[in-house]
Design a protein around this ligand. Structure first.
Ligand code: C2E
Ligand code: MG
Ligand code: MG
Ligand code: MG
Length: 279
C-alpha cells in the first residue's frame, strides 16, 4: 500500500509514527501526574474454583482514568510506563496496594498481581514483596505473581535468580497467557510455577469445538497435572466456555461470565457466595 502511494505514502507513515511517539510522551507525563495524584487504581476480578464455582482468589488489574481521555487500557499504558522507566515505582505500588487490600479479605482468598519482565532483574522486587507482606500481614502463600513468557526471552540469569528468590519467600509464581505467543513447554522447567493460565484464544477455540484448541488444552492440562500445577482458564465469557474448560479438567476459571474487574469498594460483603453455579 505505502509502496503504491510512493513518497507520499512513506511520508504519511513517518508522520504517523511521529504522532504516536509524541502521543506516548504526553501520556508519559500524564501518568507521572497520575502516580502522584490518585489517577491510578486497582480493580479486582474473581477467579473461581471450576468444580464449585466459589471464589478462590482475585486478580488485581491496573486502571488509569485519564483526566481528559477517560479510561486507558493497561495494554496501552503499561508499555509506556515501562519505556519511561516508571515500572518499578508503579509496580511496587501495585504490589503494596494489592497486599493491603487482600489482607482485609477472608483468608481463603488469594490475590494475583501482574509483574512485567522489566521488574524482575535484581533484588528490588523481592525486597518490595517482603516489605508489602510484612506491612499488610498477608500470608506469602496468598500472593500470586503473574508473569508471561516474555520474562524468559532475555534469557537472563538474573531473571531466573529473581524468580527463585520470590518463590523462596513463599509466594506463588503463575505463568500468564500460556499458549498466546511463543510459549514453550520448556519454560515450565525454568522456574517452579504453581499455576498456568490458559490464554483466552484456546478457551474460545475449545468451546467452538476447534480440534487444535482442544488438543492444545489437553496437552497443557496433561503437563500441568504431571507437574502438579494448577490451571486457570482465562477470558471465560459464556456458560458453555466455562463448562467445556471445566470438563476438560481445568481447575479454575476466570472471565466476564463470573465477574468483571471491579473496584475494591464493590467487594465488601461478597466474600461468601459462589458467583455462579454450573450445572
Ligand atoms: P492479563 O494479566 O492477562 O489480564 C487479563 C485481562 O483480560 C484483563 O484485561 C481483564 O480485564 C481481561 N478479561 C478478563 N476476563 C475477560 C473476558 O471474559 N473477556 C475478555 N475479552 N477479557 C477479559 P486488562 O485489565 O485490560 O489488562 C490487560 C493486561 O494488562 C493484563 O493481561 C496484563 O498483562 C496487563 N496488566 C494489567 N494490570 C497490570 C499491572 O498491574 N502490572 C502489569 N505489569 N501489567 C498489568
Ligand atoms: Mg494476569
Ligand atoms: Mg492473562
Ligand atoms: Mg493478557
Amino acid at each position: 500500500r505505502a509502496k503504491e502511494a510512493g513518497r507520499g505514502g512513506y511520508a504519511f507513515f513517518e508522520s504517523y509514527m511521529f504522532e504516536e511517539a509524541e502521543d506516548n510522551r504526553l501520556l508519559e507525563n500524564d501518568v507521572r501526574d497520575a502516580l502522584h495524584g490518585d489517577g491510578l487504581r486497582l480493580a479486582y476480578q474473581p477467579i473461581v474454583d471450576a468444580r464449585t464455582g466459589e471464589v478462590v482468589g482475585r486478580e488485581a488489574l491496573l486502571r488509569w482514568r485519564h483526566p481528559t481521555r477517560g479510561e486507558i487500557s493497561p495494554e496501552l499504558f503499561v508499555p509506556i510506563i515501562e519505556d519511561a522507566g516508571l515500572i518499578h515505582q508503579i509496580g511496587d505500588w501495585v504490589i503494596r496496594e494489592a497486599c493491603a487490600e487482600a489482607s482485609k479479605w477472608d483468608e481463603k482468598f488469594r490475590v494475583a498481581v501482574n509483574v512485567s519482565a522489566a521488574q524482575l532483574p535484581g533484588a528490588g522486587l523481592a525486597k518490595t514483596v517482603l516489605g508489602a507482606l510484612a506491612n499488610s500481614g498477608l500470608e506469602p502463600s496468598r500472593l500470586e505473581l503473574e508473569v508471561t513468557e516474555t520474562v524468559f526471552l532475555g534469557d537472563d540469569a538474573s531473571t531466573l535468580a529473581s524468580l527463585e528468590r520470590l518463590r523462596a519467600l513463599g509466594v506463588r509464581l503463575v505463568l500468564d497467557d500460556f499458549g498466546k505467543g511463543y510459549s514453550s513447554f520448556g519454560y515450565l522447567s525454568r522456574a517452579h510455577f504453581s499455576k498456568i493460565k490458559i490464554d483466552q484464544t484456546f478457551v474460545r477455540g475449545a468451546a467452538q469445538g476447534e480440534k487444535e484448541s482442544i488438543a492444545i488444552v489437553h496437552a497443557i492440562l496433561a503437563l500441568a497435572n504431571g507437574l502438579d500445577v494448577e490451571t486457570t482458564a482465562e477470558g471465560v465469557e459464556t456458560e458453555r466456555q466455562a463448562k467445556v474448560m471445566r470438563d476438560l479438567g481445568c481447575t479454575q476459571l476466570q472471565g466476564f461470565f463470573f465477574g468483571r474487574p471491579v473496584p475494591p469498594e464493590s467487594l465488601v460483603g461478597v466474600d461468601r457466595r459462589a458467583v455462579r453455579h454450573l450445572a
